[in-house]
Design a protein around this ligand. Structure first.
Ligand SMILES: C[S@@+](CC[C@H](N)C(=O)[O-])C[C@H]1O[C@@H](n2cnc3c(N)ncnc32)[C@H](O)[C@@H]1O
Length: 370
């Protein structure tokens, strides 16, 4: 796993005046993701995946075993290979597509493997190691709970760039997200933004839902300091904002509405479920949960839909790499399954916001959950 560059390598000089101007860098963020597709293709060639699977129709689990991948990596990598039309699946069994057999196998006149494999570099080996759960000894995770040891977010300068990068995206989606939440949450008086990162979503919700008396921002201290920085720089009205430094793996505060935006994707299903179980214990019976995420797409029938599916599947691989094998994008069905086990049922339709994210709304089921 390559080390993250330092802040000064990313942005040599900061122009102070530009800090307060809204920026829509979403398109550039999206472009960064597509490098994962070429990396994944080269990993396929390096591992001889097409020849090794050959004519078999096998389960996701069996492919994971064959290449020594972790469960989260298998889910993520196979989703991308399906969008890239190297694999296809029916009823949970995977096989190599005819086109991949023709173009990517060894020893075929139609194969373009030698050409496509040119320029392969060490990043491909690093990706394969991440897929196999072999992280470099000095690799540190992006995020962690309070007892999880050092994280990238403990390095203030790099953390600042990550937090400001994420907050500039949050500023873009805050209004459409607040509109999506207010469609079901207009009577609520308290909202908690879990893993808030920035104040923008809370502020937009306070504006969109006048009955809200307070919006709680929950984050680890190492993330919260940038929310404070933003609030100070922008002279934000903080009267209805509550800043709560806490670990969402320990507990969450009581609120009528919970927002979990771009946070589920940093974790494995069991850790995501842990956060949701805390929310389930704290939420009132008529409460509302909004999961706001880039969603893995499971079908695409137009070129535009395919491009979006590719973007999301590439994003999933970026997340897996950034979080040292923990995170990924989940499909709507996977979100519903995880939330269902924690005692929530989906309501309404998925609502796209912007920068590739979609809001999913849930209410607690009426049955008691332990
Ligand atoms: C990818 S960012 C999402 C930020 C924001 N919600 C958004 O949509 O842009 C994940 C956030 O979760 C926070 N976080 C990570 N681990 C946490 C933990 N154990 N407890 C509380 N917050 C945590 C991070 O500090 C970060 O602000």
């Amino acid at each position: 796993m390559a080390k993250l560059p330092s802040a000064s390598e990313i942005i040599p000089k900061l122009d102070e005046t530009s800090m307060n101007e809204p920026t829509d860098a979403g398109r550039f963020y999206a472009l960064l993701r597509f490098e994962e597709a070429s990396l994944a293709l080269r990993a396929v060639l390096k591992m001889n995946l097409v020849d090794r699977i050959a004519d078999q129709h096998i389960s996701r689990y069996a492919i994971g075993e064959m290449f020594g991948f972790t469960k989260q990596a298998t889910r993520t990598f196979l989703a991308l290979l399906e969008v890239m039309e190297i694999l296809e699946s029916t009823a949970g069994r995977y096989c190599v597509t005819d086109r991949a057999k023709m173009c990517l196998a060894d020893g075929r006149a139609t194969s373009r493997k030698p050409y496509l494999a040119m320029g392969m570099d060490s990043q491909v080996d690093e990706l394969i190691e991440v897929l196999q759960g072999k992280n470099a000894a000095d690799a540190i995770p992006l995020y962690g709970g309070e007892n999880a040891g050092a994280t990238v977010m403990d390095e203030p300068e790099v953390a600042r760039e990550i937090a400001l990068g994420l907050s500039s995206r949050a500023r873009n989606f805050a209004d459409p997200l607040a509109t999506a939440i207010s469609s079901e949450g207009s009577k609520a008086t308290t909202l908690a933004d879990i893993g808030a990162g920035s104040p923008y979503v809370a502020q937009a919700c306070l504006a969109a839902m006048p009955r809200l008396e307070k919006a709680i921002l929950l984050d680890r201290p190492n993330g919260m300091r940038f929310a404070h920085e933003i609030v100070q720089k922008e002279n934000t009205d903080t009267r209805r904002l509550v800043f709560q430094e806490a670990d969402f793996f320990n507990a969450v505060p009581t609120a009528d509405i919970y927002v979990l935006s771009n946070t589920a994707h940093d974790w494995q299903p069991q850790e995501y479920a842990l956060i949701m179980n805390h929310i389930r214990r704290a939420i009132p019976a008529d409460g509302l949960v909004c999961i706001h995420e880039p969603l893995l797409l499971t079908n695409w029938d137009t070129d535009t839909a395919w491009l979006r599916a590719l973007w999301m599947a590439c994003y999933a691989l970026t997340l897996l790499r950034l979080t040292l094998g923990q995170g990924t994008c989940y499909s709507i069905e996977e979100h519903h399954e995880i939330l269902g086990k924690s005692g929530f049922h989906p309501i309404g339709v998925p609502i796209p916001t912007c920068d590739g994210c979609t809001a999913l709304l849930y209410r607690p089921m009426t049955v008691e959950i332990n």
